[in-house]
Design a protein around this ligand. Structure first.
Ligand code: LLP
Length: 433
């Protein structure tokens, strides 16, 4: 199976646009999204729920890639979003995103951020800790406002994924611990509030998860908890939010499970568990980030210098790297890359694809098989759409790349390239004594 498209010249295309045309027009390095691919992924999740006849909400975890244009696409698809900061919330508001469809996440939301969320009537605040419950209660009382909330709980599920990407296990920094009774204490506290309405529970077990069993275990644990609370307190949640984490194909090592398969099996488990406990099946919310945008994104780089040492892997350097994609350096994340002018050409050599940043760890791909490359060639690193641009930095004072959205053979710049002027726009000169 190929994870890219080509045109009749044999060039890589993104959203029907020749990747070489993209870099010619918008410069290099460039982040390009195939918007149709985002739509198809969203639809695949939706179809899963519709075929299983389960009430659902798909809430895009916008930390994966948060820009005005991206929020507009999700708005058009009819989805919800989750935000984790005042900055993401601000961007969504500026995109005209319907506030009722916004969930606000985070383990240390500030008073200002909570006030911003309350003032803008976000749909739901996902409560993470006792400090936050009291802070929100104060704000709601002061402003005489009502707010829908969910409780984030850590059900003790460890997903098979990178350590930094695990969040559902008991010693995670997020959410109320279930085992020790913290979750129940939080439940009692929130139920006693006049201003908060507890619409359900939230859990998130991790990221880049390629198997469904973790979600099934999560569903069972959440329903066991709901059962306990329904017996003790007569509680029936409207919603169980299972978080995100649906894994994607980066390299041949990742066996991507189709979105629909994930959903069908999750709904089945939910039904069976609900029946077992004689509970009504709550609506299922999911928060995919990576699965919606990861595979749709491409990083286009231009080849520059090269280092060859007899007996060692040759290094081919491109004009980007850890500043626009920190994932290889931070998580030892693996990617595939192709030559944009001939992605299907026979590989000629195995090289190390390195970046332009002043750090040895700035390696995009440790070993990649490519046709012979020369300076000026465009290389596309595949599936960089999630946590690439959104985690980008200005390390080495390198401006962040432009971002384009391509669809049906047309491309539009949705984030302009940073300029040197942008880089110093917050610098102030120091009054030297
Ligand atoms: N919901 C919650 C509460 C989350 O914490 C996350 C991700 C998501 C949803 C979306 O997860 P996704 O579907 O994208 O896997 N920077 C890391 C990933 C960090 C994920 C943080 N939380 C990476 O590049 O792998």
């Amino acid at each position: 199976e190929k994870y890219y498209h080509t045109n009749n010249q044999g060039h890589l295309t993104i959203g029907g646009v020749d990747a070489l045309e993209l870099t010619k027009k918008f410069g290099s390095p460039l982040v390009a999204y195939d918007v149709g691919q985002i739509r198809r992924q969203y639809q695949a999740f939706a179809t899963g729920f519709e075929q299983a006849q389960s009430p659902y909400v798909i809430s895009y975890a916008s930390k994966a890639f948060a820009t005005v244009a991206m929020y507009q696409v999700i708005k058009q698809l009819g989805g919800h979003i989750d935000v984790v900061s005042g900055g993401e919330l601000y961007t969504a508001l500026r995109a005209g995103f319907p506030t009722a469809k916004i969930s606000f996440h985070g383990n240390n939301k500030t008073r200002e951020e909570l006030i911003m969320a309350v003032k803008n009537h976000v749909g739901v605040i996902i409560l993470d800790n006792f400090y936050e419950i009291e802070l929100l209660e104060e704000i709601l009382t002061e402003t005489q406002s009502h707010m829908q909330v969910m409780l984030r709980v850590t059900p003790g599920v460890t997903a098979h994924t990178h350590e930094y990407d695990q969040t559902g296990q008991e010693d995670s920094k997020f959410g109320f611990d279930v085992q020790s009774g913290q979750a129940e204490q939080a439940f009692i506290r929130v139920q006693a509030s006049t201003w908060m309405t507890l619409i359900g529970l939230h859990a998130h077990i991790g990221s880049q998860i390629l198997e469904v069993d973790g979600y099934q275990l999560e569903v069972q644990k959440l329903l066991a908890l709901v059962h306990e609370w329904s017996q003790k307190f007569g509680y029936q949640p409207q919603v169980l939010n299972l978080g995100g984490g649906f894994g994607i194909h980066y390299t041949a090592a990742d066996k991507e499970l189709p979105a629909q398969t994930f959903i069908t099996q999750i709904v089945q488990t939910m039904r069976a568990s609900a029946q077992e406990y004689h509970l009504d099946q709550p609506a299922i919310w999911i928060e995919p980030g990576r699965a919606l945008v990861g595979g749709a994104g491409y990083s286009l780089y231009t080849v520059g210098s090269r280092k060859d040492v007899p007996g060692l892997t040759s290094c081919v350097a491109v004009d980007g790297g850890m500043g626009d994609n920190i994932r290889p350096a931070l998580y030892q994340a693996d990617y595939e890359a192709v030559l944009a002018s001939a992605p299907a050409a026979q590989p000629r050599e195995t090289v190390r694809l390195v970046g332009r940043y002043c750090e040895s760890g700035d390696v995009l791909i440790k070993q990649v098989s490519l046709p012979a490359t020369k300076p000026g060639d465009v290389i596309a690193v595949l599936a960089t759409g999630a946590y690439g641009y959104s985690m980008a930095s200005n390390y080495n004072r390198v401006p962040r790349p432009a971002v384009v959205f391509a669809e049906n053979g047309r491309a539009q710049e949705v984030v302009t390239r940073e300029t040197y002027e942008d880089l110093i726009s917050h610098d102030q000169s120091y009054q030297l004594k």
